[in-house]
Design a protein around this ligand. Sequence first.
Ligand code: ADP
Length: 622
Amino acid sequence: MVADISSGSNATEHAFRHEPRTRLSIERKLPLIIGGLLLVVIAALSVAAYLEARRSSMQVAGERLHGATTQLRLSLAQSAAQLRTAAAAIAAQPPLVVFARRRDTVARAGALAALRSADVQGAGVAQVLGTELRDASGNVVLSTVPASYGTATIALNDVIPRTEPGDSALVGAFRFERDTAIYPIAAAIPGGGDLYIVRWRRLGGGQANRELIPRLIGSDASLFIGNADGTAWSDFAGSVPGPVQDPASTDGLHAYERAGGKRYLASIVPVPGTPWLVAVDFPRANVMAPVNRFVRELALIALLALVLGLLAAWILSRRITQPLRQLTHAAQAIAHGDYDQQVRIGHTDEFSVLGAAFTTMAAEVKHSRDELEQKVEVRTRDLNQALVQLHDAQDALVRRERLAMLGQLSSGVGHELRNPLGVMTNAVYYLRTVLGQAPANVHEYLDILAQQIALSEKIVGDLLDFAREKPPQRQPAFLAQAVDAQLERLAMRDGVRIGVDAPADLPPVLVDPVHLGQIVLNLLTNAVQAMGGSGRLTVRTRSNGTMNHLEVSDTGPGVAPENREKIFEPLFTTKARGIGLGLAVSRTLARANGGDLTLVTEPLAGGATFRLTLPIATEGAA
Ligand code: ADP
Protein backbone atom coordinates (compact mmCIF):
# COMPACT_ATOMS: atom_id res chain seq x y z
CA MET A 1 0.00 0.00 0.00
CA VAL A 2 2.80 2.38 1.00
CA ALA A 3 4.76 1.34 -2.04
CA ASP A 4 1.75 2.09 -4.22
CA ILE A 5 1.44 5.61 -2.91
CA SER A 6 5.09 6.41 -3.38
CA SER A 7 5.09 4.98 -6.87
CA GLY A 8 2.04 7.13 -7.59
CA SER A 9 3.89 10.24 -6.48
CA ASN A 10 6.85 9.15 -8.56
CA ALA A 11 4.60 8.99 -11.57
CA THR A 12 3.48 12.58 -10.96
CA GLU A 13 7.09 13.62 -10.51
CA HIS A 14 7.82 11.97 -13.82
CA ALA A 15 5.05 13.86 -15.50
CA PHE A 16 6.59 17.08 -14.23
CA ARG A 17 10.07 16.13 -15.23
CA HIS A 18 9.01 15.29 -18.74
CA GLU A 19 7.33 18.66 -19.21
CA PRO A 20 9.13 20.23 -22.20
CA ARG A 21 10.90 23.24 -20.75
CA THR A 22 11.98 24.67 -24.09
CA ARG A 23 8.41 25.53 -25.10
CA LEU A 24 7.59 29.24 -25.17
CA SER A 25 6.03 30.20 -21.85
CA ILE A 26 2.64 31.88 -21.64
CA GLU A 27 4.36 34.85 -20.04
CA ARG A 28 6.14 35.49 -23.34
CA LYS A 29 3.56 34.03 -25.67
CA LEU A 30 0.71 36.26 -24.51
CA PRO A 31 2.50 39.61 -25.05
CA LEU A 32 3.77 38.29 -28.38
CA ILE A 33 0.30 37.32 -29.55
CA ILE A 34 -1.28 40.54 -28.29
CA GLY A 35 1.64 42.54 -29.71
CA GLY A 36 1.31 40.73 -33.05
CA LEU A 37 -2.45 41.38 -33.20
CA LEU A 38 -1.90 44.99 -32.21
CA LEU A 39 0.73 45.33 -34.90
CA VAL A 40 -1.60 43.89 -37.54
CA VAL A 41 -4.47 46.15 -36.46
CA ILE A 42 -2.23 49.23 -36.29
CA ALA A 43 -0.66 48.42 -39.67
CA ALA A 44 -4.07 47.86 -41.29
CA LEU A 45 -5.46 51.08 -39.80
CA SER A 46 -2.31 52.99 -40.76
CA VAL A 47 -2.43 51.75 -44.34
CA ALA A 48 -6.14 52.57 -44.58
CA ALA A 49 -5.55 56.02 -43.06
CA TYR A 50 -2.61 56.64 -45.38
CA LEU A 51 -4.61 55.62 -48.46
CA GLU A 52 -7.54 57.78 -47.39
CA ALA A 53 -5.28 60.74 -46.63
CA ARG A 54 -3.57 60.35 -49.97
CA ARG A 55 -6.86 60.04 -51.77
CA SER A 56 -8.36 63.13 -50.13
CA SER A 57 -5.10 65.09 -50.57
CA MET A 58 -5.11 64.23 -54.25
CA GLN A 59 -8.76 65.15 -54.46
CA VAL A 60 -8.22 68.52 -52.80
CA ALA A 61 -5.17 69.16 -54.98
CA GLY A 62 -7.14 68.17 -58.07
CA GLU A 63 -10.01 70.46 -57.10
CA ARG A 64 -7.65 73.38 -56.52
CA LEU A 65 -5.86 72.76 -59.83
CA HIS A 66 -9.17 72.46 -61.54
CA GLY A 67 -10.46 75.65 -59.96
CA ALA A 68 -7.39 77.57 -61.08
CA THR A 69 -7.50 76.31 -64.68
CA THR A 70 -11.24 76.96 -64.89
CA GLN A 71 -10.73 80.55 -63.80
CA LEU A 72 -7.89 81.01 -66.29
CA ARG A 73 -9.78 79.41 -69.11
CA LEU A 74 -12.71 81.73 -68.53
CA SER A 75 -10.53 84.82 -68.50
CA LEU A 76 -8.63 83.62 -71.60
CA ALA A 77 -11.87 82.76 -73.40
CA GLN A 78 -13.19 86.21 -72.52
CA SER A 79 -10.14 88.04 -73.85
CA ALA A 80 -10.12 85.84 -76.97
CA ALA A 81 -13.74 86.85 -77.58
CA GLN A 82 -12.80 90.52 -77.20
CA LEU A 83 -9.91 90.08 -79.61
CA ARG A 84 -12.16 88.44 -82.13
CA THR A 85 -14.65 91.28 -81.85
CA ALA A 86 -11.84 93.83 -82.21
CA ALA A 87 -10.49 92.02 -85.30
CA ALA A 88 -13.94 91.90 -86.86
CA ALA A 89 -14.32 95.64 -86.24
CA ILE A 90 -10.99 96.36 -87.99
CA ALA A 91 -11.97 94.15 -90.89
CA ALA A 92 -15.14 96.17 -91.30
CA GLN A 93 -13.30 99.52 -91.68
CA PRO A 94 -14.29 101.28 -94.94
CA PRO A 95 -10.75 101.74 -96.37
CA LEU A 96 -10.33 97.96 -96.21
CA VAL A 97 -13.75 97.31 -97.71
CA VAL A 98 -12.92 99.82 -100.48
CA PHE A 99 -9.57 98.15 -101.14
CA ALA A 100 -11.31 94.79 -101.38
CA ARG A 101 -13.48 96.18 -104.19
CA ARG A 102 -10.93 98.29 -106.10
CA ARG A 103 -7.42 97.18 -105.67
CA ASP A 104 -5.80 100.32 -107.03
CA THR A 105 -2.89 102.23 -105.59
CA VAL A 106 -5.03 104.81 -103.83
CA ALA A 107 -7.23 102.25 -102.17
CA ARG A 108 -4.14 100.31 -101.30
CA ALA A 109 -2.57 103.32 -99.52
CA GLY A 110 -5.87 103.95 -97.70
CA ALA A 111 -6.08 100.31 -96.57
CA LEU A 112 -2.47 100.28 -95.33
CA ALA A 113 -3.07 103.52 -93.41
CA ALA A 114 -6.21 101.99 -91.86
CA LEU A 115 -4.20 98.89 -90.82
CA ARG A 116 -1.45 101.05 -89.31
CA SER A 117 -3.89 103.18 -87.36
CA ALA A 118 -5.66 100.03 -86.10
CA ASP A 119 -2.26 98.71 -84.86
CA VAL A 120 -1.86 101.69 -82.53
CA GLN A 121 -5.47 102.14 -81.38
CA GLY A 122 -7.70 100.22 -79.02
CA ALA A 123 -7.10 98.03 -75.95
CA GLY A 124 -4.05 95.73 -75.72
CA VAL A 125 -2.30 97.29 -78.67
CA ALA A 126 1.07 96.81 -76.92
CA GLN A 127 0.89 93.12 -77.80
CA VAL A 128 0.06 93.69 -81.46
CA LEU A 129 2.88 92.85 -83.88
CA GLY A 130 1.03 94.02 -86.90
CA THR A 131 -1.83 93.18 -89.24
CA GLU A 132 -1.80 91.47 -92.62
CA LEU A 133 -4.31 91.49 -95.42
CA ARG A 134 -4.37 88.08 -97.07
CA ASP A 135 -6.24 86.53 -99.94
CA ALA A 136 -7.93 83.15 -100.02
CA SER A 137 -4.73 81.33 -100.95
CA GLY A 138 -3.05 82.77 -97.91
CA ASN A 139 -0.84 85.18 -99.84
CA VAL A 140 -0.07 88.38 -98.01
CA VAL A 141 -1.49 91.33 -99.93
CA LEU A 142 -0.71 94.08 -97.38
CA SER A 143 1.23 93.87 -94.09
CA THR A 144 2.25 96.07 -91.13
CA VAL A 145 4.16 93.22 -89.44
CA PRO A 146 7.90 93.83 -89.24
CA ALA A 147 9.64 91.69 -91.82
CA SER A 148 11.91 90.24 -89.13
CA TYR A 149 8.97 88.20 -87.78
CA GLY A 150 8.50 86.44 -91.07
CA THR A 151 4.81 85.92 -90.55
CA ALA A 152 4.28 86.35 -94.27
CA THR A 153 5.75 82.93 -94.83
CA ILE A 154 3.43 81.25 -92.35
CA ALA A 155 0.78 79.17 -94.04
CA LEU A 156 -2.28 80.07 -92.07
CA ASN A 157 -3.72 76.58 -92.39
CA ASP A 158 -1.17 75.66 -89.75
CA VAL A 159 -2.47 78.08 -87.16
CA ILE A 160 -6.06 79.05 -88.08
CA PRO A 161 -8.67 76.42 -87.43
CA ARG A 162 -11.13 75.62 -90.12
CA THR A 163 -13.54 78.48 -90.49
CA GLU A 164 -17.06 77.63 -89.47
CA PRO A 165 -19.94 79.27 -91.30
CA GLY A 166 -21.05 82.33 -89.38
CA ASP A 167 -17.67 82.84 -87.71
CA SER A 168 -16.87 86.52 -87.93
CA ALA A 169 -13.36 86.03 -86.55
CA LEU A 170 -11.08 83.19 -85.50
CA VAL A 171 -8.20 82.84 -83.02
CA GLY A 172 -5.31 80.63 -84.18
CA ALA A 173 -2.70 78.41 -82.61
CA PHE A 174 0.64 79.62 -81.19
CA ARG A 175 3.97 79.53 -82.75
CA PHE A 176 7.31 80.89 -81.72
CA GLU A 177 8.96 83.55 -83.76
CA ARG A 178 12.21 85.07 -82.44
CA ASP A 179 11.54 83.40 -79.07
CA THR A 180 8.20 85.08 -78.81
CA ALA A 181 4.94 83.20 -78.72
CA ILE A 182 2.69 84.75 -81.32
CA TYR A 183 -0.80 83.90 -82.51
CA PRO A 184 -3.11 85.13 -85.28
CA ILE A 185 -6.66 86.40 -85.16
CA ALA A 186 -8.31 86.26 -88.55
CA ALA A 187 -11.42 88.16 -89.64
CA ALA A 188 -12.96 88.32 -93.13
CA ILE A 189 -13.56 91.72 -94.72
CA PRO A 190 -17.34 92.07 -95.10
CA GLY A 191 -18.17 91.98 -98.80
CA GLY A 192 -14.50 91.71 -99.49
CA GLY A 193 -14.72 88.50 -101.42
CA ASP A 194 -11.77 86.33 -100.55
CA LEU A 195 -9.82 89.03 -98.63
CA TYR A 196 -9.43 88.91 -94.84
CA ILE A 197 -7.22 90.44 -92.18
CA VAL A 198 -4.80 88.55 -89.97
CA ARG A 199 -3.74 90.25 -86.75
CA TRP A 200 -0.62 88.89 -85.14
CA ARG A 201 -0.31 89.31 -81.40
CA ARG A 202 2.29 88.41 -78.84
CA LEU A 203 1.08 86.24 -76.01
CA GLY A 204 0.30 88.80 -73.35
CA GLY A 205 -1.11 89.08 -69.86
CA GLY A 206 1.47 86.50 -68.65
CA GLN A 207 2.57 88.66 -65.76
CA ALA A 208 -0.93 89.04 -64.33
CA ASN A 209 -1.69 85.35 -64.74
CA ARG A 210 1.60 84.32 -63.25
CA GLU A 211 0.81 86.42 -60.20
CA LEU A 212 -2.67 85.01 -59.99
CA ILE A 213 -1.51 81.39 -59.80
CA PRO A 214 0.40 81.49 -56.49
CA ARG A 215 -2.61 83.15 -54.93
CA LEU A 216 -4.85 80.41 -56.23
CA ILE A 217 -2.73 77.35 -55.61
CA GLY A 218 0.69 78.04 -54.19
CA SER A 219 4.17 79.23 -55.03
CA ASP A 220 5.23 75.86 -56.51
CA ALA A 221 2.49 75.92 -59.12
CA SER A 222 3.33 76.65 -62.79
CA LEU A 223 1.04 78.06 -65.46
CA PHE A 224 1.15 76.94 -69.10
CA ILE A 225 -0.62 77.83 -72.28
CA GLY A 226 -0.30 75.69 -75.34
CA ASN A 227 -1.87 74.42 -78.53
CA ALA A 228 -4.54 71.80 -78.36
CA ASP A 229 -2.37 69.43 -80.42
CA GLY A 230 0.44 69.90 -77.87
CA THR A 231 2.87 71.32 -80.46
CA ALA A 232 3.88 74.44 -78.51
CA TRP A 233 3.78 75.26 -74.84
CA SER A 234 4.58 78.57 -73.22
CA ASP A 235 4.75 79.78 -69.65
CA PHE A 236 3.75 83.27 -70.95
CA ALA A 237 7.45 84.17 -71.07
CA GLY A 238 9.05 81.75 -73.49
CA SER A 239 8.89 78.30 -75.00
CA VAL A 240 8.88 75.54 -72.40
CA PRO A 241 8.26 71.82 -72.40
CA GLY A 242 4.67 71.71 -71.34
CA PRO A 243 2.78 69.18 -69.22
CA VAL A 244 2.20 65.76 -70.80
CA GLN A 245 -1.40 64.75 -71.24
CA ASP A 246 -2.44 61.34 -70.00
CA PRO A 247 -4.91 59.99 -72.58
CA ALA A 248 -6.42 57.71 -69.90
CA SER A 249 -7.31 60.60 -67.60
CA THR A 250 -11.04 61.18 -67.23
CA ASP A 251 -11.11 63.95 -64.62
CA GLY A 252 -8.81 66.43 -66.43
CA LEU A 253 -5.99 65.61 -63.98
CA HIS A 254 -2.75 64.36 -65.47
CA ALA A 255 0.21 62.89 -63.59
CA TYR A 256 3.50 63.08 -65.44
CA GLU A 257 7.22 63.13 -64.92
CA ARG A 258 9.48 65.96 -66.07
CA ALA A 259 13.02 65.50 -67.23
CA GLY A 260 15.04 64.98 -64.05
CA GLY A 261 12.51 62.54 -62.63
CA LYS A 262 10.37 64.98 -60.65
CA ARG A 263 6.71 64.06 -60.74
CA TYR A 264 3.97 66.62 -61.32
CA LEU A 265 0.23 66.79 -61.19
CA ALA A 266 -1.44 68.94 -63.83
CA SER A 267 -4.90 70.12 -64.76
CA ILE A 268 -5.16 70.73 -68.55
CA VAL A 269 -8.31 72.24 -70.08
CA PRO A 270 -9.17 73.67 -73.52
CA VAL A 271 -9.94 77.41 -73.82
CA PRO A 272 -13.33 77.82 -75.53
CA GLY A 273 -13.30 79.73 -78.77
CA THR A 274 -9.58 79.08 -79.32
CA PRO A 275 -7.39 76.10 -80.29
CA TRP A 276 -5.53 76.58 -77.03
CA LEU A 277 -5.04 74.60 -73.87
CA VAL A 278 -4.44 76.17 -70.49
CA ALA A 279 -2.64 74.10 -67.83
CA VAL A 280 -1.58 74.50 -64.20
CA ASP A 281 0.64 71.97 -62.47
CA PHE A 282 2.57 71.58 -59.29
CA PRO A 283 4.97 68.97 -57.88
CA ARG A 284 3.32 65.84 -56.64
CA ALA A 285 5.66 65.98 -53.63
CA ASN A 286 3.79 69.11 -52.52
CA VAL A 287 0.52 67.23 -52.54
CA MET A 288 2.13 64.32 -50.69
CA ALA A 289 4.03 66.45 -48.16
CA PRO A 290 1.15 66.75 -45.68
CA VAL A 291 0.33 63.07 -46.29
CA ASN A 292 3.93 62.13 -45.56
CA ARG A 293 3.89 64.30 -42.47
CA PHE A 294 0.66 62.63 -41.44
CA VAL A 295 2.21 59.20 -42.04
CA ARG A 296 5.22 60.11 -39.88
CA GLU A 297 2.94 61.29 -37.08
CA LEU A 298 0.81 58.19 -37.51
CA ALA A 299 3.89 55.96 -37.29
CA LEU A 300 4.89 57.71 -34.07
CA ILE A 301 1.43 57.27 -32.59
CA ALA A 302 1.34 53.64 -33.78
CA LEU A 303 4.70 53.00 -32.15
CA LEU A 304 3.49 54.55 -28.93
CA ALA A 305 0.28 52.49 -29.07
CA LEU A 306 2.31 49.36 -29.75
CA VAL A 307 4.65 50.00 -26.82
CA LEU A 308 1.71 50.75 -24.54
CA GLY A 309 -0.11 47.68 -25.83
CA LEU A 310 2.93 45.47 -25.25
CA LEU A 311 3.33 46.91 -21.76
CA ALA A 312 -0.32 46.26 -20.98
CA ALA A 313 -0.03 42.75 -22.45
CA TRP A 314 3.05 42.08 -20.36
CA ILE A 315 1.34 43.26 -17.18
CA LEU A 316 -1.72 41.19 -18.05
CA SER A 317 0.34 38.10 -18.80
CA ARG A 318 2.24 38.50 -15.54
CA ARG A 319 -1.06 38.77 -13.72
CA ILE A 320 -2.05 35.48 -15.29
CA THR A 321 1.26 33.62 -15.19
CA GLN A 322 2.31 34.57 -11.67
CA PRO A 323 -0.57 32.72 -10.01
CA LEU A 324 -0.07 29.93 -12.55
CA ARG A 325 3.59 29.65 -11.57
CA GLN A 326 2.62 29.66 -7.91
CA LEU A 327 0.13 26.88 -8.57
CA THR A 328 2.71 24.90 -10.57
CA HIS A 329 5.28 25.22 -7.76
CA ALA A 330 2.72 24.08 -5.24
CA ALA A 331 1.71 21.14 -7.44
CA GLN A 332 5.36 20.15 -7.88
CA ALA A 333 5.95 20.40 -4.16
CA ILE A 334 2.93 18.19 -3.55
CA ALA A 335 4.27 15.73 -6.11
CA HIS A 336 7.45 15.64 -4.02
CA GLY A 337 5.39 14.93 -0.91
CA ASP A 338 5.22 18.41 0.63
CA TYR A 339 1.52 18.80 1.44
CA ASP A 340 1.83 21.96 3.53
CA GLN A 341 1.65 24.13 0.42
CA GLN A 342 -0.46 27.27 0.69
CA VAL A 343 -1.33 29.15 -2.47
CA ARG A 344 -2.15 32.77 -1.66
CA ILE A 345 -3.03 34.90 -4.67
CA GLY A 346 -3.39 38.59 -3.95
CA HIS A 347 -5.85 39.50 -6.69
CA THR A 348 -9.53 39.06 -6.13
CA ASP A 349 -10.34 37.22 -9.33
CA GLU A 350 -10.78 33.66 -10.56
CA PHE A 351 -7.16 32.89 -9.70
CA SER A 352 -7.63 33.62 -6.02
CA VAL A 353 -10.60 31.23 -6.02
CA LEU A 354 -8.42 28.64 -7.79
CA GLY A 355 -5.61 29.20 -5.28
CA ALA A 356 -7.97 28.75 -2.33
CA ALA A 357 -9.40 25.60 -3.94
CA PHE A 358 -5.88 24.32 -4.49
CA THR A 359 -4.90 24.93 -0.87
CA THR A 360 -8.04 23.14 0.31
CA MET A 361 -7.31 20.28 -2.08
CA ALA A 362 -3.70 20.00 -0.83
CA ALA A 363 -4.94 19.93 2.77
CA GLU A 364 -7.47 17.26 1.89
CA VAL A 365 -4.89 15.19 0.03
CA LYS A 366 -2.56 15.49 3.02
CA HIS A 367 -5.37 14.55 5.38
CA SER A 368 -6.38 11.48 3.39
CA ARG A 369 -2.76 10.47 2.90
CA ASP A 370 -2.10 10.75 6.63
CA GLU A 371 -5.23 8.77 7.28
CA LEU A 372 -4.16 6.16 4.78
CA GLU A 373 -0.69 5.94 6.28
CA GLN A 374 -2.17 5.57 9.72
CA LYS A 375 -4.42 2.81 8.51
CA VAL A 376 -1.49 1.11 6.80
CA GLU A 377 0.52 1.38 10.00
CA VAL A 378 -2.28 -0.09 12.09
CA ARG A 379 -2.85 -2.87 9.58
CA THR A 380 0.87 -3.63 9.41
CA ARG A 381 1.04 -3.78 13.18
CA ASP A 382 -1.99 -6.06 13.26
CA LEU A 383 -0.45 -8.20 10.57
CA ASN A 384 2.83 -8.46 12.42
CA GLN A 385 0.97 -9.36 15.59
CA ALA A 386 -1.02 -11.94 13.71
CA LEU A 387 2.22 -13.28 12.26
CA VAL A 388 3.79 -13.53 15.70
CA GLN A 389 0.65 -15.18 17.01
CA LEU A 390 0.70 -17.57 14.10
CA HIS A 391 4.30 -18.38 14.82
CA ASP A 392 3.52 -18.93 18.47
CA ALA A 393 0.54 -21.04 17.58
CA GLN A 394 2.70 -23.05 15.24
CA ASP A 395 5.33 -23.50 17.96
CA ALA A 396 2.66 -24.46 20.44
CA LEU A 397 1.24 -26.97 17.99
CA VAL A 398 4.62 -28.51 17.41
CA ARG A 399 5.21 -28.65 21.15
CA ARG A 400 1.80 -30.20 21.70
CA GLU A 401 2.58 -32.91 19.18
CA ARG A 402 5.88 -33.58 20.81
CA LEU A 403 4.09 -33.56 24.17
CA ALA A 404 1.69 -36.23 23.08
CA MET A 405 4.57 -38.51 22.22
CA LEU A 406 6.44 -37.46 25.33
CA GLY A 407 3.45 -38.23 27.50
CA GLN A 408 3.53 -41.84 26.41
CA LEU A 409 7.29 -42.14 26.67
CA SER A 410 7.74 -40.26 29.91
CA SER A 411 5.58 -42.39 32.16
CA GLY A 412 7.40 -45.60 31.04
CA VAL A 413 10.92 -44.25 31.10
CA GLY A 414 10.30 -42.17 34.26
CA HIS A 415 9.23 -45.15 36.25
CA GLU A 416 12.22 -47.17 35.07
CA LEU A 417 14.71 -44.39 35.95
CA ARG A 418 13.28 -43.35 39.31
CA ASN A 419 14.38 -46.42 41.21
CA PRO A 420 18.00 -46.47 39.97
CA LEU A 421 18.25 -42.76 40.78
CA GLY A 422 16.94 -43.43 44.32
CA VAL A 423 19.51 -46.15 44.75
CA MET A 424 22.26 -43.83 43.53
CA THR A 425 21.21 -41.09 45.97
CA ASN A 426 21.37 -43.55 48.85
CA ALA A 427 24.74 -44.80 47.65
CA VAL A 428 26.16 -41.26 47.60
CA TYR A 429 24.75 -40.63 51.07
CA TYR A 430 26.36 -43.84 52.26
CA LEU A 431 29.70 -43.04 50.66
CA ARG A 432 29.71 -39.55 52.22
CA THR A 433 29.19 -41.16 55.61
CA VAL A 434 31.85 -43.87 55.29
CA LEU A 435 34.38 -41.71 53.56
CA GLY A 436 34.34 -39.02 56.23
CA GLN A 437 38.16 -38.95 56.29
CA ALA A 438 38.65 -39.21 52.55
CA PRO A 439 40.60 -36.50 50.72
CA ALA A 440 38.79 -33.32 49.68
CA ASN A 441 38.61 -34.11 45.98
CA VAL A 442 36.70 -37.35 46.74
CA HIS A 443 34.04 -35.23 48.49
CA GLU A 444 34.09 -32.86 45.58
CA TYR A 445 33.29 -35.70 43.17
CA LEU A 446 30.62 -36.96 45.50
CA ASP A 447 29.03 -33.50 45.42
CA ILE A 448 29.13 -33.49 41.63
CA LEU A 449 27.56 -36.89 41.61
CA ALA A 450 24.84 -35.73 44.01
CA GLN A 451 24.14 -32.65 41.81
CA GLN A 452 23.85 -34.65 38.63
CA ILE A 453 21.59 -37.18 40.37
CA ALA A 454 19.39 -34.30 41.61
CA LEU A 455 19.23 -32.90 38.10
CA SER A 456 18.26 -36.27 36.71
CA GLU A 457 15.66 -36.66 39.44
CA LYS A 458 14.18 -33.30 38.55
CA ILE A 459 13.92 -34.29 34.92
CA VAL A 460 12.40 -37.61 35.79
CA GLY A 461 10.08 -35.95 38.30
CA ASP A 462 8.98 -33.40 35.72
CA LEU A 463 8.36 -36.13 33.21
CA LEU A 464 6.30 -38.16 35.64
CA ASP A 465 4.38 -35.18 36.94
CA PHE A 466 3.62 -34.17 33.45
CA ALA A 467 2.37 -37.61 32.48
CA ARG A 468 0.39 -38.08 35.63
CA GLU A 469 -3.06 -36.60 35.95
CA LYS A 470 -4.04 -37.23 39.47
CA PRO A 471 -6.53 -35.02 41.37
CA PRO A 472 -4.82 -33.16 44.27
CA GLN A 473 -5.21 -34.48 47.81
CA ARG A 474 -5.46 -31.07 49.53
CA GLN A 475 -4.79 -30.55 53.23
CA PRO A 476 -3.48 -27.68 55.43
CA ALA A 477 0.25 -27.27 55.07
CA PHE A 478 2.79 -24.62 56.10
CA LEU A 479 4.79 -22.95 53.40
CA ALA A 480 7.83 -22.47 55.65
CA GLN A 481 8.02 -26.22 56.29
CA ALA A 482 7.76 -27.01 52.58
CA VAL A 483 10.56 -24.54 51.83
CA ASP A 484 12.81 -26.04 54.49
CA ALA A 485 12.15 -29.59 53.26
CA GLN A 486 12.96 -28.70 49.64
CA LEU A 487 16.07 -26.69 50.50
CA GLU A 488 17.28 -29.88 52.13
CA ARG A 489 16.85 -31.75 48.87
CA LEU A 490 18.33 -28.99 46.75
CA ALA A 491 21.63 -29.74 45.13
CA MET A 492 23.45 -26.59 46.18
CA ARG A 493 26.33 -24.69 44.65
CA ASP A 494 28.95 -23.20 46.88
CA GLY A 495 28.65 -19.67 45.60
CA VAL A 496 24.92 -19.43 46.22
CA ARG A 497 23.76 -17.70 49.40
CA ILE A 498 20.30 -18.42 50.65
CA GLY A 499 18.01 -16.11 52.56
CA VAL A 500 14.63 -17.22 53.86
CA ASP A 501 12.07 -14.73 55.11
CA ALA A 502 9.15 -16.87 56.25
CA PRO A 503 7.15 -15.60 59.28
CA ALA A 504 6.26 -18.45 61.60
CA ASP A 505 2.72 -17.15 62.26
CA LEU A 506 1.61 -17.47 58.63
CA PRO A 507 -1.58 -19.49 58.37
CA PRO A 508 -1.39 -22.84 56.63
CA VAL A 509 -2.46 -23.17 53.04
CA LEU A 510 -4.80 -25.77 51.62
CA VAL A 511 -2.71 -27.83 49.19
CA ASP A 512 -1.58 -31.28 48.11
CA PRO A 513 1.74 -31.46 50.05
CA VAL A 514 3.40 -33.51 47.30
CA HIS A 515 2.41 -30.91 44.73
CA LEU A 516 3.62 -28.09 46.95
CA GLY A 517 6.98 -29.84 47.36
CA GLN A 518 7.34 -30.32 43.62
CA ILE A 519 6.50 -26.66 42.87
CA VAL A 520 8.88 -25.28 45.50
CA LEU A 521 11.70 -27.63 44.45
CA ASN A 522 11.20 -26.61 40.84
CA LEU A 523 11.38 -22.89 41.63
CA LEU A 524 14.47 -23.34 43.85
CA THR A 525 16.24 -25.52 41.25
CA ASN A 526 15.52 -23.01 38.43
CA ALA A 527 16.82 -20.14 40.57
CA VAL A 528 20.05 -21.93 41.38
CA GLN A 529 20.52 -22.99 37.76
CA ALA A 530 19.80 -19.42 36.53
CA MET A 531 22.54 -17.96 38.74
CA GLY A 532 25.06 -20.44 37.37
CA GLY A 533 27.08 -21.01 40.55
CA SER A 534 27.01 -17.70 42.43
CA GLY A 535 24.37 -15.24 43.58
CA ARG A 536 21.65 -14.81 46.15
CA LEU A 537 18.53 -16.88 46.45
CA THR A 538 15.74 -15.36 48.51
CA VAL A 539 12.54 -16.97 49.62
CA ARG A 540 9.74 -14.83 51.12
CA THR A 541 6.35 -15.85 52.32
CA ARG A 542 3.46 -13.44 52.98
CA SER A 543 -0.27 -13.54 53.54
CA ASN A 544 -3.08 -11.16 52.54
CA GLY A 545 -5.78 -12.81 54.58
CA THR A 546 -7.22 -15.13 51.96
CA MET A 547 -4.12 -16.15 50.04
CA ASN A 548 -0.54 -16.83 50.97
CA HIS A 549 2.31 -15.85 48.66
CA LEU A 550 5.61 -17.56 48.30
CA GLU A 551 8.19 -15.66 46.28
CA VAL A 552 11.43 -17.15 45.05
CA SER A 553 13.91 -14.51 43.81
CA ASP A 554 17.36 -14.86 42.37
CA THR A 555 20.06 -12.55 41.08
CA GLY A 556 20.41 -14.34 37.75
CA PRO A 557 19.90 -12.82 34.27
CA GLY A 558 16.11 -12.73 34.56
CA VAL A 559 13.60 -13.66 31.88
CA ALA A 560 13.67 -11.88 28.53
CA PRO A 561 10.39 -9.92 27.98
CA GLU A 562 9.50 -11.94 24.88
CA ASN A 563 9.76 -15.19 26.90
CA ARG A 564 7.69 -14.16 29.92
CA GLU A 565 4.59 -16.02 28.81
CA LYS A 566 6.35 -18.76 26.92
CA ILE A 567 8.28 -20.08 29.91
CA PHE A 568 5.01 -21.47 31.27
CA GLU A 569 4.36 -23.44 28.12
CA PRO A 570 5.36 -27.10 28.08
CA LEU A 571 8.64 -27.91 26.32
CA PHE A 572 9.79 -24.28 26.21
CA THR A 573 13.35 -24.15 27.42
CA THR A 574 16.42 -22.02 26.94
CA LYS A 575 18.70 -24.52 28.60
CA ALA A 576 20.96 -26.90 26.73
CA ARG A 577 19.90 -29.79 28.91
CA GLY A 578 16.42 -28.73 29.93
CA ILE A 579 13.17 -30.18 28.74
CA GLY A 580 10.93 -27.23 29.56
CA LEU A 581 8.35 -28.97 31.70
CA GLY A 582 9.14 -27.67 35.21
CA LEU A 583 7.24 -24.34 35.11
CA ALA A 584 4.42 -25.74 32.97
CA VAL A 585 3.82 -28.57 35.42
CA SER A 586 4.22 -26.25 38.43
CA ARG A 587 1.62 -23.78 37.15
CA THR A 588 -0.79 -26.63 36.32
CA LEU A 589 -0.36 -28.01 39.85
CA ALA A 590 -0.72 -24.56 41.47
CA ARG A 591 -3.96 -23.93 39.59
CA ALA A 592 -5.22 -27.44 40.38
CA ASN A 593 -4.78 -26.45 44.03
CA GLY A 594 -6.80 -23.24 43.72
CA GLY A 595 -3.76 -21.01 43.37
CA ASP A 596 -1.46 -19.75 40.65
CA LEU A 597 2.14 -19.41 39.65
CA THR A 598 3.33 -16.19 37.98
CA LEU A 599 6.48 -14.40 37.08
CA VAL A 600 6.72 -11.07 38.91
CA THR A 601 7.70 -8.42 36.51
CA GLU A 602 10.26 -6.16 38.07
CA PRO A 603 12.52 -5.12 35.24
CA LEU A 604 14.65 -2.75 37.35
CA ALA A 605 15.30 -5.24 40.11
CA GLY A 606 17.29 -7.67 37.92
CA GLY A 607 17.07 -11.42 38.25
CA ALA A 608 13.75 -13.21 38.34
CA THR A 609 11.03 -13.55 40.97
CA PHE A 610 8.37 -16.25 40.74
CA ARG A 611 5.31 -16.01 42.94
CA LEU A 612 3.28 -18.98 44.05
CA THR A 613 -0.18 -18.11 45.40
CA LEU A 614 -2.20 -20.61 47.40
CA PRO A 615 -5.46 -20.29 49.30
CA ILE A 616 -5.33 -20.21 53.08
CA ALA A 617 -6.80 -23.32 54.70
CA THR A 618 -9.96 -22.30 56.52
CA GLU A 619 -11.49 -24.11 59.49
CA GLY A 620 -12.81 -27.49 58.41
CA ALA A 621 -11.72 -27.13 54.85
CA ALA A 622 -9.60 -30.24 54.91
P1 ADP B 1 13.78 -26.19 32.17
O1 ADP B 1 14.24 -25.90 33.51
O2 ADP B 1 13.82 -27.62 31.79
O3 ADP B 1 14.26 -25.29 31.10
P2 ADP B 1 11.41 -24.96 33.13
O4 ADP B 1 9.97 -25.03 32.73
O5 ADP B 1 11.68 -25.15 34.55
O6 ADP B 1 12.17 -25.91 32.19
O7 ADP B 1 11.90 -23.58 32.76
C1 ADP B 1 11.60 -23.04 31.52
C2 ADP B 1 12.51 -21.89 31.21
O8 ADP B 1 12.19 -20.81 32.07
C3 ADP B 1 13.92 -22.09 31.43
O9 ADP B 1 14.53 -22.74 30.33
C4 ADP B 1 14.48 -20.73 31.67
O10 ADP B 1 14.78 -20.12 30.45
C5 ADP B 1 13.36 -20.03 32.28
N1 ADP B 1 13.53 -19.90 33.73
C6 ADP B 1 12.95 -20.61 34.67
N2 ADP B 1 13.32 -20.13 35.88
C7 ADP B 1 14.18 -19.13 35.69
C8 ADP B 1 14.94 -18.25 36.55
N3 ADP B 1 14.85 -18.34 37.88
N4 ADP B 1 15.68 -17.31 36.01
C9 ADP B 1 15.74 -17.18 34.66
N5 ADP B 1 15.07 -17.97 33.79
C10 ADP B 1 14.31 -18.94 34.31
